[in-house]
Design a protein around this ligand. Sequence first.
Ligand SMILES: [Zn+2]
Length: 208
Amino acid sequence: MEYLFDGVKEFNSTDFLEHKELFENLSKKQDPHTLFIGCSDSRIVPSLITNTLPGELFVIRNIANIVPFYRESSDFLATTSAIEYAVKILHVENILVCGHSNCGGCNALYANEEMFKEIPHTKRWLDLARPVKEKVEREPGIHHDLARREWMTEQLNIIEQMNHLLTYPYIWDKFIKKEINLLGWYYIIETGEIFNYVIEDKWFLKIE
Ligand SMILES: [Zn+2]
C-alpha cells in the first residue's frame, strides 16, 4: 500500500512541478475537447495513448467500454449522467469509444454460468454487449478460431456502443448536424497500435 503514498510524493516533486502552470490554469474550470469512453482495464491509460494533458479528456470507464441505451430513469445512472454532462454542459467536440485487445469483459461474454455466480452485476452489465456475441457467433467456424473470435468481439463491441450513443436524442441531434464527432478506436496493448473505425467504410484503419 505504501507505494501509493510514495507515488503522491513523487508526483508532487516531479510531474506536478513540470506542469505547475497548467494546473494553475485548470484550477477554476475545465474545457475538455473529448469524452473518452474506455474500459476499466488497468492497462488502458487514456492520457498516455492520446498524448493528452490534464483538462483535455473527460473520461468514463467501465467494464468493456459500454454505453447503456438511452432511457429516462430515477435510478443512479453513472455512465448516462457523465455522458449527459460532457455533451450538454461541457460541449465536448468528440466522443471516443475506445476498446482494446485481450478485453476480459468482452471475453466474459463466452464464459459459463458458473463464472458469473459471484459477479451477478457484471453479468447483467455485459447484457449490453450481448448482441455483439450473437453477431460474432453467426460467423462460420468462429469457435475454432478463438483469436479471431476475440478481436472480432472487441471490435464489434466498439461499433455496438457507438450505435448506443446515437440512441441519446441530444447526441443524435448534434451528430446529424455535424456538431459532434463520434469515434471508435481499437487499441492493441502489446504493440501500442490504434485502429480507427471509419464509419463510411465500416472498417478499422490503423492510425499512422
Ligand atoms: Zn476491457
